[in-house]
Design a binder for this molecule. Structure first.
Ligand SMILES: NC(=O)c1ccc[n+]([C@@H]2O[C@H](COP(=O)([O-])OP(=O)(O)OC[C@H]3O[C@@H](n4cnc5c(N)ncnc54)[C@H](OP(=O)(O)O)[C@@H]3O)[C@@H](O)[C@H]2O)c1
Length: 248
């Protein structure tokens, strides 16, 4: 895919935070975007209103809880319907919270594996045919914690590690028509549902060579590169982490 060819890209969990920045960045490059959301209806509708004001008929929404088994197929069908074809998929939706050993429920396990691993697989499977037709591209959002486990988050870390492996497998399975890559972010936005104290956040920054938290635009620009400007890149996991992954 080159900068001129992609026409429509689905971003899961695209209503807010990193996903919304990815959507805005791709849209600014001339791409039509389909914003998937689960519960952030107001944010999703406000985002597509903004984007459609910039360029009419260039943004659409699709709703669904990706832990429901029928949702991935339905979301891909709706994304294809929105613009008549599909050129890209960004697997951004995710749940993230601690699951200490000894108190992890089956529901938490299923939710973390469901959003971070199972849904991306079934989205990629459902998107394979339209993406092959368009010679499209997939970008998965993983996490540096896939490689270096975060304390008290064993299920989330394992789910993201599975997504790393899946990215490499799918790059083989969907070649030569579809490229599949991943971005492995370090600290970009602090989680909304976590009450990290300053000491925890400072210790993360102390182990980050660039000595700062990232910005959603750091991830979005990398997604744009992988989606639009990297026609010979597939099966790669790009760390966007301020150098965190090179510090022991
Ligand atoms: N933020 C960081 O610093 C950071 C660091 C490392 C990796 N990452 C990865 O980068 C990506 C974006 O990060 P983020 O912090 O912006 O993500 P986020 O805000 O935690 O989650 C993104 C969206 O995922 C959607 N989602 C959650 N559960 C869902 C479900 N069951 N079905 C459908 N959608 C669901 C939510 O949509 P609704 O709001 O519509 O419910 C949410 O807005 C994620 O994959 C994350 O793991 C982020």
């Amino acid at each position: 895919m080159t900068t001129t060819s992609p026409k429509s890209v689905l971003i899961t969990g695209g209503a807010a935070r990193v996903g919304a920045m990815i959507a805005r960045t791709l849209h600014a490059s001339g791409v039509n975007v389909i914003i998937h959301y689960r519960s952030s209806a107001a944010a999703a509708n406000s985002l597509i209103e903004d984007l459609n004001a910039i360029r009419p008929h260039s943004a659409a929404v699709v709703q669904g809880d990706l832990t429901d088994s029928q949702t991935p197929t339905g979301v891909i069908a709706a994304a294809v319907d929105a613009f008549g074809e599909l050129h890209g998929l960004v697997n951004n939706a995710s749940s993230f919270y601690p699951t200490p050993v000894g108190s992890t429920s089956v529901e938490q396990f299923d939710d973390l594996i469901g959003t971070n691993f199972k849904a991306p697989y079934f989205l990629m499977q459902a998107a394979a045919t339209p993406l092959r037709e368009s010679r499209g591209s997939i970008v998965n959002l993983t996490d540096i914690y896939a490689q270096r486990p975060l304390a008290d988050h064993p299920v989330y870390c394992a789910a993201k590690a599975a997504l790393v492996s899946l990215t490499r497998s799918m790059a083989r399975e969907l070649a030569p028509d579809v490229r599949v890559n991943a971005i492995s972010p370090g600290a970009i936005l602090w989680p909304e549902n976590e009450s990290d104290d300053d000491a925890t956040r400072n210790s993360i920054l102390d182990r980050t060579p660039l000595q700062r938290i990232g910005d959603p635009s750091d991830i979005a620009n990398t997604a744009r590169f992988l989606m639009l400007d990297a026609p010979f890149v597939t099966g790669q996991i790009i760390a966007v982490d301020g150098g965190r992954s090179v510090v022991p």
